[in-house]
Write a protein that binds this ligand. Structure first.
Ligand SMILES: *[C@@H]1O[C@H](CO)[C@@H](O)[C@H](O)[C@H]1NC(C)=O
Length: 335
């Protein structure tokens, strides 16, 4: 049980973390004047790894974290033909004007819709769990007892035991800090809107600072408050052996650090540099993902997709976390 809760929490942190960070293909946007061709993006994608930047390294684990274990199971249980059929139905739905083509803007609208739906479902579930009486707010103490109550029976040693890079005590403190950021009214209790910001801070401007701090803490292994190039790389790539040569995408990532991320060239990313990386001002996650999917699947290069092009790139779409296709495929109400 303890483990389950911890896993759940880590999942929560992970999901927030993941969705707060622009995916690597967006580099294509902000550095397109430096990195020639979309080739960069294309290769990176197929070499694997690069696409998983800052999303942890076990796809099945991600999948579960994102879909929720139950949903993920349903989806994995579908046979390929059935999932293809469902993907086809979704493709028809995305094609809003029913002209047989899916444009970037139709795809972007769908991505926004599924993300909103995912967030609302997720928050609704948590809200009912922690607030069965549907009171106006959830007090911190109630949430803490529900989620971290098991810590009351733990020894000091257990509280400070490292669980995937974070201790239970750190988890609690981190949640408390995030709770306080979400608590706009300052009454130490969250209403539904504040609770949404708490669980899914990525869409809330008031949560930017705490998301930035959490992200730095995750990557900053030596806890000196800034990100070295090794920490930056270590977050996305672990060498298997000492003499293994680093893949090309990792070397490119080092150049990205030196040439673009480390603005003042002191060898580290400070808060400001981290912010412009993970929270660029005009970043539209849904649009970036829509463009990426169209680019990857657009066989005849007409900048829009047909149902066939989508089905041909079945794996790409089903694996796309941002589009939530996996989740949509497993939903009962759609089919
Ligand atoms: C909801 O509010 C009522 C009345 O204040 C209180 O007795 C009850 O414990 C609250 N429920 C939760 C889950 O906090």
């Amino acid at each position: 049980m303890k483990f389950k809760i911890a896993k759940l929490l880590l999942g929560l942190l992970l999901v927030c973390f993941v969705s707060a960070i622009p995916k690597p293909e967006d580099k294509e946007k902000d550095e397109s004047h430096h990195i020639p061709e979309k080739d960069h993006l294309n290769k990176a994608h197929f070499e694997g790894g690069h696409d998983e930047i800052h999303e942890h390294h076990n796809p099945q684990y991600d999948h579960e974290q994102f879909l929720g274990e139950d949903e993920a199971k349903n989806f994995d249980d579908l046979d390929p033909e059935e999932s293809q059929r469902r993907l086809g139905i979704i493709a028809d739905k995305i094609d809003e004007d029913k002209d047989g083509f899916i444009t970037v803007s139709e795809l972007r609208a769908w991505i926004q819709y599924t993300q909103r739906r995912y967030i609302n479902d997720d928050v609704g579930r948590s809200w009912r769990q922690h607030n069965p009486d549907n009171n106006e707010t959830i007090p911190w103490e109630v949430y803490r007892d529900n989620v971290y109550g098991f810590m009351n029976d733990m020894t000091e040693e257990e509280l400070n035991k490292d669980e995937n890079g974070i201790t239970y005590r750190q988890m609690l403190n981190r949640d408390k800090r995030r709770w306080q950021s979400a608590d706009q009214s300052g009454d130490n209790a969250l209403n539904l809107e504040e609770f949404t910001a708490f669980l899914h801070p990525e869409d809330h401007s008031t949560m930017k600072d705490v998301v930035l701090i959490e992200t730095i803490e995750d990557i900053d292994k030596d806890k000196d408050g800034k990100i070295s190039i090794e920490e930056y790389i270590g977050d996305v790539y672990k060498a298997d052996g000492d003499d293994e040569e680093e893949p090309e995408w990792v070397q490119r990532e080092r150049e990205v650090f030196r040439d673009f991320r480390d603005d003042n060239k002191d060898g580290f990313l400070d808060q400001a540099e981290m912010r412009s990386w993970i929270q660029p001002n005009d970043f539209d996650h849904a649009e970036a993902e829509a463009k990426h999917l169209v680019f990857e699947a657009d066989e005849n290069r007409d900048e829009k997709l047909t149902k066939e092009e989508i089905l041909d790139k079945y794996d790409l779409f089903v694996g796309s976390q941002a589009t939530d296709f996996g989740e949509a495929l497993a939903r009962h109400d759609e089919f």
